[in-house]
Design a protein around this ligand. Structure first.
Ligand code: HAM
Length: 430
């Protein structure tokens, strides 16, 4: 026997017992996105490495140390997508979909980042990514945030907190960056090793540091919001007013800078109080400069992505995940001689009642073993196909989680009898 092959660290299997929760999350999400006019797009898992370098930024953690990059057999450098925004923008450009047109798009799928795995942080993780392309906002920013708030309500998730900020224009950000770098240099003895490394390439990320020893320094740093240009300030004030108008609560976090370089103006994150680390469940912002930077016509855009594992975990913890799907019926086959009839009867019932979930006992087994399997399946009702009853044109029926005994019904009345029995057991809606 060979040694078992280990899974890749940080890459998880989603087992059947968790699928109901995932599907519930996905269907609620599809419904809300559809109701707001968003259309699904599917883009490749692999893109040219250059795309992510240009879009996300060379100095970000994602590009600098987290990408799964390799040379393919044709000699091209390719990367497993660490996020979906760059790929969607590339698709809009490649398919000539810009030219003054607007698009509201979403995409579901796995993303890949070589981070240190821990609860809520994986190397393969799923995102629902949502992008609104073609509007400068802030109305579209507000609607996107309202959409996410509605999704939490529909999912029954409570305790999610919204933080927003404005990063201004690239020019105001550059000016702020210079002031921040001066401040940090003046206090360089207080910088930890990580921050020293970031000081030249990406000083804004220092504000995101979770190191307790750095908090005093960060608290005293100049604030980005105090250096916004007039247009960005107006955009941000309007966004705040629109959020108030639709009753979405938020707090302004002037230190929210995000880990990807393409943002300008609005940035936001939904944070859960249920975990202390990896607590961002949904985050995004505006990226008006990205499309021209990737070679497309200048087009404003805004979007966000949700971390599916993190949200599904919250659903399960809140008891909001639906129970796993169980069969309605388990068909017990009494003896090899009736296997063929049992298969025929079951297939016929499937024709007549396509909505029923029917599990046919496969692979034989004695009566007791079959009933054990029937119990384990979670079905409320068993059908029993047996030689003597068949000879009389009858089939047996037995509720599995009640003491009431076995009955039988004529084979040609089976669909109606099953409906009645399942209704009586509360396992079928009218
Ligand atoms: P992001 O903040 O890098 O943004 O990721 C979005 C969400 O994905 C996070 O809030 C988190 O819930 C989840 N996430 C990120 N990394 C991991 C991980 N290693 N394990 C589990 N979950 C994770 C983006 O990706 C942007 N593309 C969002 C966006 C779209 N901005 C504009 N449009």
């Amino acid at each position: 026997m060979g040694e078992p092959i280990q899974p890749v660290r940080g890459m998880n299997d989603v087992l059947p017992e968790h699928i109901a929760a995932w599907q519930h999350f996905e269907s609620c999400t599809r419904e809300v996105l559809g109701a707001y006019g968003y259309e699904e797009i599917r883009v490749p898992l692999l893109e040219r490495t250059e795309l992510f370098k240009r879009a996300i930024g060379e100095h970000t953690d994602v590009v600098g140390k987290e990408m799964y990059t390799f040379i393919d057999r044709g000699g091209d450098s390719l990367t497993l997508r660490p996020e979906a925004t760059a790929g969607i923008v590339r698709a809009l450009i490649s398919n000539s979909m810009l030219r003054g047109q607007r698009h509201k798009l979403w995409c579901l799928g796995p993303m890949f980042r070589h981070e240190a795995p821990q609860a809520g942080r994986y190397r393969q993780f799923w995102q629902v990514d949502v992008e609104a392309v073609g509007c400068p906002g802030p109305d579209v920013d507000a609607e996107l945030i309202a959409l996410s708030a509605r999704l939490w309500r529909n999912l029954g998730l409570q305790g999610l907190r919204l933080e927003i900020n404005s990063l201004g224009t690239p020019e105001s950000r550059r000016a702020y960056r210079a002031r921040l770098t001066d401040y940090l240099r003046a206090h360089s003895t207080q910088l930890d090793a990580d921050s020293e490394r970031r000081l030249e390439g990406n000083p804004l990320r220092i504000l995101d540091s979770k190191n307790p020893a750095m908090q005093e320094l960060i608290a005293g740093a100049p604030l980005l919001t105090e250096h916004l240009d007039a247009e960005s300030r107006k955009h941000f004030e309007e966004l705040c007013a629109l959020l108030h108008a639709v009753g979405v609560e938020f707090s302004i976090n002037p230190r929210l800078v995000r880990g990807l370089d393409y943002y300008n103006r609005t940035v936001f994150e939904w944070i859960t109080a249920a975990t202390s680390a990896q607590n961002a469940v949904c985050s995004g912002g505006r990226y008006d400069g990205l499309i021209p930077q990737l070679g497309g016509d200048a087009t404003p855009a805004v979007g966000f992505a949700m971390g599916v594992e993190r949200l599904v975990t919250l659903l399960v913890r809140a008891g909001r995940a639906p129970a796993p799907v169980r069969p309605h019926l388990y068909v017990v086959v009494n003896g090899a001689a009736v296997t063929e009839r049992a298969l025929q009867i079951t297939e016929h019932l499937r024709d007549q009642r396509p909505g029923l979930r029917i599990e046919l006992n496969l692979g034989g087994g004695n009566f007791k073993a079959q009933f054990r399997r029937a119990d384990k399946s979670g079905a409320p009702l068993a059908l029993i196909v047996a030689g003597d009853e068949l000879a009389r044109g009858m089939i047996g029926m037995k509720p599995l989680r009640q003491t009431s005994g076995q009955s039988e019904c004529p084979l040609d009345e089976l669909p109606t009898a099953v409906d009645q029995a399942l209704r009586a057991l509360g396992a079928l809606e009218d």
